[in-house]
Ligand binder design. Structure first.
Ligand SMILES: [Zn+2]
Length: 103
């Protein structure tokens, strides 16, 4: 998956279009992300215990990874990332916009 936890992303479709946030959780198998402040959902909870009075809580719902783009930490623009192999093995992500390594 090209976007990971703690990446800064921008939403490109839907009601949060144009908003940016930090990835809190990434679910590679589902190709979904939870992004701070994006896709906020209200959830009504019932009182369960004496210390949990219930009520309405706001939390982020996950969004599809295809609905966001990575914001490059180097050029600060929405971009797509590519992978570049390293001489010592493995690979790093790089920004297709400014060609800088993102990792
Ligand atoms: Zn860049």
């Amino acid at each position: 998956m090209k976007i990971r936890k703690n990446d800064n992303v921008i939403v490109i479709v839907g009601k949060d279009k144009g908003k940016t946030g930090t990835v809190r959780y990434a679910y590679p198998h589902k190709k979904r992300l939870v992004v701070e402040g994006i896709n906020m959902m209200k959830r009504h909870t019932k009182p369960r215990t004496a210390t949990d009075p219930g009520g309405v809580i706001h939390r982020e719902a996950s969004i599809e990874i295809s609905n966001v783009r990575l914001v490059c930490s180097k050029c600060n623009k929405p971009t797509s990332v590519g992978y570049r192999p390293l001489k010592k093995g493995g690979k790093v992500r790089f920004c297709k916009h400014c060609d800088e390594v993102v990792d």
